[in-house]
Design a protein around this ligand. Structure first.
Ligand SMILES: Cc1ncc(C[n+]2csc(CCOP(=O)(O)OP(=O)(O)O)c2C)c(N)n1
Length: 570
């Protein structure tokens, strides 16, 4: 049986046709890619691309008002479904038959700290007549189940009066080993009742998810723990933490294979804070090959959140209490030394075309100390995590629900409280989504918006995907030209750059104090964006011999170790 649930998606398309729903409003995204591809490549359907989910529903209402026929809408997971709510509410009270096809991750990821996975089936009572959720297809029973539910959802559009209906579709967009896990127990421990524990023989990875800057008590406790254990603190910018044992391992984890990670794997990893927003880290820690590794959570709410399928202990209480509960020990720190050696051999200053990468290369060490930065979902967060930032800089991103909708508003909220320079690094779709925020009359002159205009969501064409097929609906390219008019109307200084020289020039003004807020718009080609990212990754693969090792392993798997040894001994 196909593990990615494509059967469900195919059934939806077939049944839409049978029920004669031929008009589809499509929102950009990743989890809905396969459904969108089927719809856009089928001449039966008339598709419309709309970036903002809020507009999409009102737009669909408009179509219904003129045609009198039901309209379907398709959006991705993350924060997308939530933005359907205003329009669906109007449709509910107006009696407009809209089929909201929303994607979700596999249901087992609900409330488990997995990225882009807020609950998609919790719409308000008066936004849809009914919510239907498809099963994830694992056997023939699920096929019968899905067929009935899809039909039922479509019929509900006009059952006992007209109105909107939700059809929620689970999707699994990564590979998972088909190995049945052993049974394991998860226990909850109150930190107050905890004796001191001896962790001196363990390699420990402390993972800090998104977190406000730490207070002295918390910092001292983590330092005490690190001094007395063989540990490494894995951080990215959102951790807002650094100490003598911290490592920003993002680039490293982006390039090494699972086999390579074996050397770096901990005995125990301890997570604190919110979501990491860190796919390279997730990809490594969730591997089934790490089955023996234990995951401990320290949290005030003591919730069971098994993000990586390795959870064994939940410590309920405060971080500063937990990290003091280890025995004093004279341990060696070779685990940190290993991580530190591996990360320090990486290079991120290689030559790349004008892109978010080249911009981060140039700007990362020029951002003034104590500034605030907010990264938008998703490429800006991904790219900037590959570069060092001064630890006095506070970093944030909306990784709670992973929306592209409100990053700029969040930063503006911070900038009106702070007197420091406040920077937003944002893609064009997210910028135009949150355009209303530019008019907030409380905006001060410390606001700096760095707009990376790469014509749509680069997320979906970063790995050399078919640009034509992706651009139309999935990446939603060609909706916006530039931000000049909006910026100037809203009282910003508007700067722009088409290449690195222009950027370096503009950045002088951008990084300095000014009597007005500033928007610096960079026009970057999507092809260069993807080239730059690939170059950064591949150059490091080559520099560090990971490619060679990976090649060796693949050959070993094909021809076997014995044959290799025979060849060697010739
Ligand atoms: C409200 C909402 N809708 C859709 C998505 C799915 N999504 C994730 S990244 C992305 C593309 C963002 O494009 P852009 O803002 O231009 O930034 P880029 O990554 O291209 O630099 C989309 C549509 C989302 N996360 N949130």
């Amino acid at each position: 049986m196909n593990i990615n649930n494509i059967k469900n998606v195919q059934m939806i398309v077939e049944l839409l046709k049978i029920h004669k729903i031929d008009t589809i409003v499509i929102n950009p995204g990743g989890t809905n890619v396969q459904l969108v591809k089927l719809l856009q490549n089928d001449e039966y359907f008339k598709c419309y691309s709309i970036v903002d989910e809020r507009s999409a529903v009102y737009f669909a209402i408009g179509i219904y008002l003129q045609t009198g026929r039901p309209v379907a809408m398709v959006c991705t997971s993350a924060q997308a479904t939530r933005n359907y709510i205003p329009g669906l509410t109007e449709a509910y009270y107006k009696g407009v038959p809209l089929l909201a096809i929303t994607m979700e991750k596999h249901p087992r990821f609900k409330y488990q700290g997995y990225m882009q996975a807020p609950d998609q089936t919790s719409l308000p009572n008066d936004s849809v007549k009914k919510s239907f959720e498809l099963p994830f297809i694992s056997d023939i029973n699920d096929i019968y189940h899905s067929r009935r539910v899809i039909n039922d959802a479509i019929l509900e559009l006009s059952n006992d009066g007209l109105g909107p209906v939700q059809l929620c579709v689970p999707w699994l967009d990564f590979k998972i080993d088909n190995v049945e896990p052993k049974n394991k127990s998860i226990i909850r421990i109150s930190i107050e009742d905890m004796q001191k524990i001896d962790l001196s023989s363990k390699k420990i990875l402390i993972v800090i998810g998104e977190h406000l800057p730490f207070n002295e008590k918390e910092k001292n406790a983590i330092n005490y723990f690190c001094n007395n254990t063989n540990s490494v603190v894995y951080v990215n910018h959102l951790s807002n933490f650094s100490n003598n044992y911290s490592v920003n391992g993002n680039l490293l984890l982006s390039i090494i294979t699972d086999d390579e990670f074996d050397r770096l794997k901990p005995d125990i990893f301890i997570t604190i804070g919110g979501q990491t927003g860190d796919y390279p880290l997730y990809n490594k820690l969730s591997k089934t090959s790490l089955a023996e590794v234990e995951h401990w959570i320290v949290s005030v709410d003591g919730k069971v959140v098994d993000t990586y399928d390795k959870l064994t202990k939940v410590f309920k209480g405060r971080v500063e209490n937990f990290f003091l509960r280890v025995e004093e020990n004279n341990v060696n720190h070779d685990y940190f030394e290993l991580w530190s050696k591996e990360t320090s051999s990486l290079k991120n200053d290689i030559s790349v075309p004008f892109s978010n990468v080249s911009i981060a290369q140039y700007l990362h060490d020029k951002i003034p100390m104590n500034s605030i930065i907010q990264f938008s979902i998703l490429n800006s967060l991904r790219i900037w995590n590959l570069f060092y930032l001064n630890p006095t800089i506070q970093c944030f991103s909306n990784v709670g629900a992973f929306g592209i909708d409100g990053g700029m508003s969040t930063l503006i909220g911070q900038s009106v409280i702070s007197n420091e320079l406040s920077f937003m690094v944002i893609g064009d779709l997210a910028f135009f989504y949150d355009l209303n925020s530019l008019g907030i009359r409380h905006i001060k002159n410390n606001l700096r918006i760095l707009l990376i205009n790469n014509n749509g969501g680069i997320e979906f064409k970063l790995h050399g995907e078919d640009k034509k097929e992706i651009d139309d609906y999935i990446a939603a390219a060609n909706h916006f030209k530039n931000a000049k008019g909006w910026a100037e109307t809203c009282g910003f200084i508007y700067l722009s750059a088409n290449n690195m020289n222009e950027f370096m020039n503009a950045s002088k003004t951008f990084l300095n104090k000014s009597d007005k807020p500033i928007i610096l718009e960079t026009f970057v080609s999507d092809i260069d964006e993807s080239k730059a990212y690939q170059l950064l990754i591949n150059k490091n693969l080559k520099n560090n011999g990971y490619l060679k090792k990976e090649l060796k392993n693949s050959i070993k798997k094909i021809i076997g170790e014995k044959t290799i040894n025979k060849l060697k001994n010739r």
